[in-house]
Design a protein around this ligand. Sequence first.
Ligand SMILES: [Zn+2]
Length: 102
Amino acid sequence: MHVESQVEKLQKQVGKAAWHFRCPECGQEWRMGGDVPLLVLAAEHQRWMRRLDGEPRSTEELVERGCPVEIARLFEHEHDVTTFVDVKSGQPFMDREAGGIL
Ligand SMILES: [Zn+2]
């Protein structure tokens, strides 16, 4: 028990950069460090930027453009990345309405 709370304490210290999120459609979960929502947002933008043919860029193209591989791979998931929810809070992991960036 003590060990567990120590781990939790440590996780809280680095917690800012740790994400645990889930696809609401199929329940698949991911754990990832870093500024994930921001990176996903940037990748989503990269995917569609100047794509007049309506086809998004591939994982390889995103990585070539500097997107972290683990972020680019999220877009290979069969469901919409932007609908993923934060496991702990149950809130949308990226809130487009609130962000208003897209
Ligand atoms: Zn899914």
